[in-house]
Design a protein around this ligand. Structure first.
Ligand SMILES: Nc1ncnc2c1ncn2[C@@H]1O[C@H](COP(=O)(O)OP(=O)(O)OP(=O)(O)O)[C@@H](O)[C@H]1O
Ligand SMILES: [Mg+2]
Length: 328
């Protein structure tokens, strides 16, 4: 490891989550009284970028917010996590992506996502940020953004030899509105270095139904045949399957006390990007990322539940894992 900080660029959507606590989630036509309000930046953009920054990387986020006061809240959160927001564009005529969440006294929750400015990110926005993609060791992208932008980023990273990681998750809002599939993924999605779908997403991409841990290996191989250099299929507390030309390996999850699973996928992705940015071996990087995913489940919230580098290393050591990543 040289003295230079590892560099990660994250391309993902940004939301501000307004969470209101109430005794019970109201049903249609009913009103309830709230008892507390909290708001924070969330979404794959801020959470994955925040996690990579917590792991010691220099991080740029490419995203889009609106011309409203929520945009400032998002920028403030990013600054707290030392994420460079130079390429968090402002679409003045739009609203920042918003999540309105109701959390009941018994821990149930209900949420509504409004994508706002996230749906306005374009290929041109990626072109403008070409230099940071060129300078980065890793470009981490989330499939919830418009495909044109993701495809442009994959091409740009390829031109500059920047390692690519793609979480091919669909936009959360498309899952909420009818949950319809968006058709085949663009072929560029399969040209990345590392694809990180969860098991449901991987099954959907490869048209497999009822995916099980046993079929994860098969699905991973199919993703490799389609062009990805490595596929990491995440399966929650069942761990993940790493498939590449060297074979398939199941990496078990860490046993933790479950509090709230929000943010686990983003912690995993951000920590994976950080570990890959320092050139860790992929299976070693996956262990580091799995520890981050597990720790995110031990705290409430999304961005505020991303673990620190010290917490991740402590969990790895507790489990007797002697090989630690090159994270500075
Ligand atoms: N309950 C858990 N206990 C321990 N580790 C977990 C747990 N849930 C997730 N992880 C770790 O985090 C990784 C990513 O989690 P998961 O497969 O649930 O991602 P995801 O479905 O993409 O999540 P998200 O809905 O947040 O995007 C897992 O492979 C695992 O290593
Ligand atoms: Mg996910």
């Amino acid at each position: 490891m040289t003295g230079r900080s590892p560099k990660v660029v994250v391309i993902g959507s940004t939301y501000v989550d307004m969470a209101v606590r109430c005794r019970q989630i109201p049903s249609s036509g009913q009103s309830v009284v709230g008892s507390a309000l909290s708001y924070t930046a969330t979404g794959p953009g801020p959470c994955q970028a925040g996690q990579a920054a917590l792991c010691g990387c220099e991080v740029h986020l490419i995203s889009k917010v609106g011309g409203d006061p929520f945009a400032e809240m998002a920028r403030k959160s990013l600054a707290e996590f030392k994420v460079n927001a130079e390429y968090v564009y402002a679409a003045e005529a739009k609203n920042t992506g918003i999540v309105v969440t109701l959390v009941s006294g018994t821990g149930e929750n209900a949420a509504c996502f409004y994508a706002g400015a996230n749906s306005a990110i374009q290929g041109q926005d990626i072109d403008t940020a070409e230099q940071v993609i060129c300078d980065a060791d890793v470009c981490l992208m989330h499939g919830g953004l418009p495909r044109e932008a993701i495809v442009r980023a994959i091409r740009c990273a390829a031109v500059h030899g920047t390692k690519t990681i793609l979480d091919p998750a669909r936009a959360v809002e498309s899952r909420c509105i009818g949950g319809q599939a968006e058709g085949d993924l663009p072929m560029e999605f399969f040209s990345v270095d590392i694809l990180i779908p969860n098991l449901c997403e991987a099954a959907e991409i490869t048209d497999k139904s009822a995916a099980t841990i046993r079929t994860a290996k098969l699905i991973g191989s199919e993703l490799i045949t389609r062009g990805a250099k490595c596929a990491i299929i995440t399966m929650g507390r069942r761990g993940c399957m790493v498939v590449d030309r060297n074979g398939a390996d199941h990496i078990p999850s860490f046993d933790v006390e479950l509090v709230d699973q929000t943010g686990r996928g983003d912690a995993f992705a951000g920590a994976l990007a950080a570990s890959c940015a320092v050139g860790d071996d992929i299976r070693q990087a996956v262990k580091f990322a799995s520890a981050a995913g597990a720790l995110a489940c031990t705290k409430f919230g999304s961005i505020e539940s991303m673990p620190s580098k010290a917490e991740i290393i402590q969990l790895l050591q507790k489990e007797g894992l002697d090989v630690l990543p090159n994270i500075p």
